[in-house]
Design a protein around this ligand. Structure first.
Ligand code: FAD
Length: 425
């Protein structure tokens, strides 16, 4: 083939990128393309994306290539560029959300109409979401443990090296990149280069401690690689293949795959109950707003929500506690909380965010859908010194540790900190 377009989306890397590797093998000229559409993220998510794109462009230029950036509808812009070049085929990494599936179908239609080829490749998950089917029938696994068993024994494809050379057509104009603003505290600089450094450090120094430390709220003892996995700066397959001393960590990567295969089969996961149980939600905007601002009066919940506001990230244990508080105690619809998380999380992705929210709300894949998390007990157990709470709620600084989980038990009210929104005893 003469020219192939590689359409990047949630795969912003050059290492272990099956679509890019295949294009470089199949075609004389390769045109890497990213289309920024009107649904592009705002705020710190936008800065993260801009940094990822700048880094990707740098890596492609190091290989003699470039990244073409266009604005508009991804299908329209891809086909327009393909006609201009001209290109004979478009290569993409397959994705699972409703939007991604719709885009892929439209792209397939348009490519057919213009007599161009469209090939989809793996790369967003460790195991492609349509590869494992339950032996008893059905198009996906509904329960994690059987999926984990089969997933663990599955043969993996080969991890691919980055191409030595990306031969772009002469005179190709890359176009301006989106402008990077400031990320929250610079905690998560975007891009594959940073991601790979963090991955190597995590695997060398920390992964062995994961089983013991992953629930330590104050300790930052999880990988914090989720924003990079979400943007595809890291290949989940490569990460798994290198995590030889981290079974518990690899299990989390399997959870990610699990929710991807659920989403592929149930793309309306961000809107509809996966398993409706007829819950009636409480339409309480004030309570939802207090929750979003970290002003519920329950310290562990407020600390988690303020971590999200300040960092664009939240510890997994805090995500469970805050989500459970919203749906179980305030009885607010999971869609309200999930939408808020999705807008602010740097790792906000449809399968993991909505899959986990529905799990917590009891409408998803939890085999114990009535599970309720007690925020005070969780805080005592996973933040035993109250360090996490104090980090995000400076107004509780002077409260003794034994009362920091339940400041409503203090003999006097704490100035600047609210009473709990709902009775806590
Ligand atoms: P680690 O503990 O180091 O795990 C490594 C990787 O495994 C993570 O980066 C992530 O890709 C995957 N992973 C870990 N836990 C889970 C899980 N429970 N489900 C699926 N994948 C997992 N994760 C997201 O990536 N995006 C989201 O939008 C998201 N929303 C969530 C919402 C709620 C209500 C809850 C309870 C969890 C959510 N999670 C989400 C899962 C989990 O909290 C994060 O993946 C994790 O905290 C990211 O931190 P880490 O990279 O240090 O994870």
């Amino acid at each position: 083939m003469d020219t192939v377009i590689v359409l990047f989306n949630r795969d912003l890397r050059v290492h272990d990128h099956p679509a890019l590797a295949a294009a470089c093998a199949d075609a004389c000229r390769v045109v890497p393309l990213f289309v920024a559409d009107s649904r592009m993220p705002a705020g710190h998510r936008a800065s993260f994306l801009a940094e990822c794109l700048a880094d990707l462009r740098g890596s492609l230029r190091d290989r003699g290539g470039d990244l073409v950036v266009r604005q508009g509808d991804p299908v329209v812009e891809t086909v327009r560029l393909a006609c201009e070049l001209p290109a004979q085929a478009v290569y993409v990494s397959a994705d699972v959300g409703a939007l991604a599936q719709r885009r892929e179908r439209r792209l397939a239609e348009e490519c057919r109409r213009h007599r161009m080829g469209l090939r989809t490749f793996p790369g967003v998950t460790v195991v492609p979401p349509d590869e494992l089917r339950p032996s008893g029938g059905g198009d996906h696994y509904r329960v994690f443990t059987p999926y984990w068993r089969v997933w663990s024994g599955q043969r993996r494809r080969e991890v691919l090296k980055p191409p030595d050379k990306v031969p772009v057509p002469e005179g190709l104009e890359g176009g301006p990149l989106p402008v990077a603003g400031h990320g929250p505290n610079g905690l998560f600089p975007g891009g594959e280069t940073v991601a790979r450094t963090r991955m190597r450090q995590w695997l060398k120094y920390c992964v062995e401690d994961y089983a013991a430390g992953h629930d330590d709220l104050a300790g930052n003892r999880t990988s914090r690689l989720s924003p990079y996995l979400r943007a595809g700066c890291l290949s989940p397959l490569e990460l798994e293949s290198l995590a030889v001393n981290g079974d518990d960590f690899v299990r989390q990567l399997c959870w990610r795959d699990f929710f991807h295969q659920v989403t592929r089969a149930f793309p309306r996961i961000n809107r509809d109950d996966y398993r409706s149980r007829g819950q009636r939600w409480h339409d309480d905007e004030d309570a939802a707003q207090a929750w979003k601002e970290g002003r519920t009066g329950v310290p562990i919940v407020d600390a988690g929500m303020r971590q999200l506001l300040a960092e664009g990230w939240m510890h997994n244990r805090a995500r469970m506690v805050t989500a459970s508080f919203l749906v179980r105690r305030l009885r607010v619809d999971w869609r309200v909380g999930a939408g808020h998380f999705f807008d602010l999380l740097l790792d906000g992705e449809v399968p993991n965010n909505y899959g986990n929210w529905q799990w917590v709300a009891g409408t998803g894949n939890d085999t114990r859908p009535n599970r309720v998390v007690n925020p005070v007990r969780q805080a005592r157990r996973f933040d035993p010194e109250g360090e996490y709470i104090r980090r995000y709620l400076p107004e509780l600084d002077g409260v003794p540790t034994k009362l920091i989980y339940e400041p409503w038990r203090m003999p006097t009210r704490i100035r600047g900190y609210p009473a709990p929104l709902v009775p806590m005893d």
